[in-house]
Design a protein around this ligand. Structure first.
Ligand code: AHM
Ligand code: MG
Length: 334
């Protein structure tokens, strides 16, 4: 039997051999993984743990919060605030940044997360997840505020997600490819189950919420319409469609077997750049996808080059198999 490599060992070896992971970052990633184990336990209990249903509050984007949104947010904060590796955290579920309290030492990293992605799927027992992104606090700055977080996605030092589905899987990049770890519940540890993930450059599978079709912009309409025409259309091949409504699960499928995911800007709320959040969702997922040989744009520009203007900024997202993302992006240039 081949040797089992735990997440801890993987991180130690990355630190030793590649120099990718300073010890504070290693600690941070271990703590995030531990928090994800806790969230996974809560998700698993479902109705038995009293974790389903709405919490009766709204987040900063005006969305109803689910009990698990709040539980997952608290688990991540409690796990990460005391270790000395972080200066501050930002979450899709909190209006403002959370600065590490004075009673704990302050570290040099900033952690951003969507604690529970795919909230609409919690109560119907469909895959959901946690998405996270790690930045370094800008140097020469003793205090920490929101502007420290406003860095382009290419400046991330680590990013990943944990998907709570039939298996609990943690997917990670520190800039040296993408590795996947499956939670072994008996051992209580994440075990490396795949690495050097590659997304095929071509695909015959797209993911988009088709119910928004009438609100899309022309380039997106054209792209999907051509896919739908199948073999006899301009693409000369049939396409399959998937839409899980949990970005973590859709991206996980794309990292596993290829595909393209679109959540484009649309005319429902034209003043909003898109539905998904740049810093908690699009940046970490875009980096993972690029690290696996895929591409990610907002239709016009590479997502990782966008400089955020504010913490909860939204963005149009097109990511996955390279040739498809390049095609739909090219349709936006004409
Ligand atoms: P959430 O973070 O509040 O769960 O919202 C993000 C989710 C994504 O995971 C998913 O791709 C999208 O919203 C689904 O949106 P829709 O309900 O429009 O299909
Ligand atoms: Mg989300």
């Amino acid at each position: 039997m081949s040797q089992r490599i735990s997440l801890t060992r993987y991180l130690v070896e990355q630190q030793r051999m590649e120099g990718h992971i300073p010890s504070q970052l290693r600690l941070l990633l271990e703590v995030v993984a531990r928090a994800c184990k806790g969230i996974s336990q809560a998700v698993n209990k479902g109705a038995l743990g009293g974790v389903l249903g709405t919490a009766g509050s709204e987040n900063v984007q005006g969305e109803m919060q689910k009990k698990l949104d709040i539980i997952a947010n608290e688990v991540l904060i409690e796990a990460n605030e005391w270790g000395g590796h972080l200066a501050a955290m930002a979450s899709e579920e909190m209006d403002d940044i959370y600065v590490v309290p004075n009673r704990y030492p302050q570290g040099e990293y900033l952690l951003l997360f969507d604690p529970l992605d795919g909230s609409s799927n919690i109560d119907v027992n469909v895959s959901i997840g946690t998405i996270f992104s790690v930045l370094k606090k800008p140097e020469g700055d003793n205090s920490v505020d929101e502007t420290d977080f406003l860095q382009a996605g290419r400046q991330q030092v680590a990013a990943g997600y944990c998907v709570y589905g039939p298996q609990t899987t943690l997917v990670l990049t520190v800039g040296d490819g993408v590795a996947m770890f499956t939670l072994d519940r008996e051992q209580g540890s994440f075990v490396l189950t795949d690495e050097n993930i590659r997304i095929p450059e071509d695909t015959q599978e797209f993911a988009i919420n088709m119910s928004n079709m009438r609100h899309w912009d022309e380039p997106v309409k054209r792209y999907i319409d051509e896919c739908l025409q199948g073999k006899t259309g301009p693409r000369g091949k049939d396409f399959n469609m998937r839409w899980i409504a949990s970005m973590v699960a859709d991206v996980h499928r794309i990292l596993t077997r290829g595909g393209v995911f679109l959540y484009p800007w649309d005319k429902r709320e034209p003043e909003k750049a898109g539905k998904l959040r740049l810093m908690y969702e699009a940046n970490p997922m875009s980096w993972l996808v690029e690290q696996a040989g895929g591409a990610a744009t907002n239709g016009k520009q590479r997502i990782l080059d966008l400089k955020p203007g504010k913490l909860h900024e939204r963005v149009s997202v097109m990511l996955g198999s390279k040739n498809e993302v390049e095609r739909v992006t090219a349709y936006h240039q004409v």
